[in-house]
Design a protein around this ligand. Sequence first.
Ligand SMILES: CC(C)(COP(=O)(O)OP(=O)(O)OC[C@H]1O[C@@H](n2cnc3c(N)ncnc32)[C@H](O)[C@@H]1OP(=O)(O)O)[C@@H](O)C(=O)NCCC(=O)NCCSC(=O)CCC(=O)O
Length: 338
Amino acid sequence: MIIIRPITKDDYDALFQIAKESGHGFTSLPEDKDYLINRIKHSQQSFAADIKSPGNQGYLFVMEDTNSKEIVGTSGIEASTGSDFPLFHHRIGTHIHHNDKLKVHKELETLTLCNDLTGSSEICSLFLKSDYRIKGNGRALSRFRFLFMSEHPERFSNRIMAEMRGYADENGESPFWSWFEENFCDIDFATSNYLFGTGDMTFVSELMPKFPLYTKLMTQSARDGINKVHPGTRPALALLEKEGFKYGDYIGVNDAGPALISPLDRIKTVMASVKKPVKIAAVTNEQTRYIACNNKLTDFRAAQIYLDIQDEHLVISEESATALKVAAGDFLRVVKNN
Ligand SMILES: CC(C)(COP(=O)(O)OP(=O)(O)OC[C@H]1O[C@@H](n2cnc3c(N)ncnc32)[C@H](O)[C@@H]1OP(=O)(O)O)[C@@H](O)C(=O)NCCC(=O)NCCSC(=O)CCC(=O)O
């Protein structure tokens, strides 16, 4: 069976392998031993902590094939971005240059460094090994997070944000970043990604332009990168757009990928989910897979399962109950995985 659970320190080797496979443009999982060990430790502390309002917690989950014990994917949530170090984006704006007498009217697009999305909860670190990109696993690995958040709303902001990986060419270079590198900030794209991934933002406040930039002054290829995602990230983007996430006029500082935003309570998975106590019995439905999650923290489990929804109960099999760490009468939150 394939389950989703909180990461543990025994998963370090698998996490490092995923950091390697996902490549350097995948900023939230850099190939950095100390960073990854700390991230696992921080996640374990976050699940164990008694929380009344969101702070610097970070929750990292893994998808595990329980037959082979292989870790096949990761998925994360940061509770409140910008609580440890300032969170930066470029805000896309418009400046109007207008003169009636001279009959000149120009609308000029601008980029302004900002901290506007501070305090949002951020979904991140979504990665599934390619052999497992079948049978709705990717959808489940993205969407279960919204069930987890609706089970524990005190741990999260109502504004959910996702920074999508921005466009890079076949050599792994970002034309958008190349323009900044040439004009402002003498570090290459890989280094800027590494600094972002490990949370070292000092270079942004010290080296990036502080005043609005007219995008008209950038090269065409740099401008074309604005709000454009990396080709490998289109499925992740499609999943979030289907949930109702919208482009919010904010882009990544170094790769210009879009920051997508939605209120938690408007996310389709949250709105369509139901929560009921469990009854363990034979299940008749063999057609529709559901994503199901328990309401625990350190013992959190989610999985795709078949179930029957009755007026009073969710009927699930013994095998599903064991995988989800629930007994008869415990609650599950579920949503169809389509
Ligand atoms: C993101 C996942 C886990 C998704 O898994 P799968 O690829 O198996 O998903 P899937 O079910 O095949 O596709 C999901 C949806 O995208 C659609 N789809 C697939 N390819 C597409 C394309 N090229 N253009 C547009 N839509 C596309 C499918 O039709 C499907 O829509 P329907 O559901 O309608 O059928 C995987 O692709 C992956 O690991 N990608 C590489 C890592 C990555 O880029 N991660 C995101 C980084 S950005 C990040 O981490 C922040 C965001 C976040 O954490 O969510």
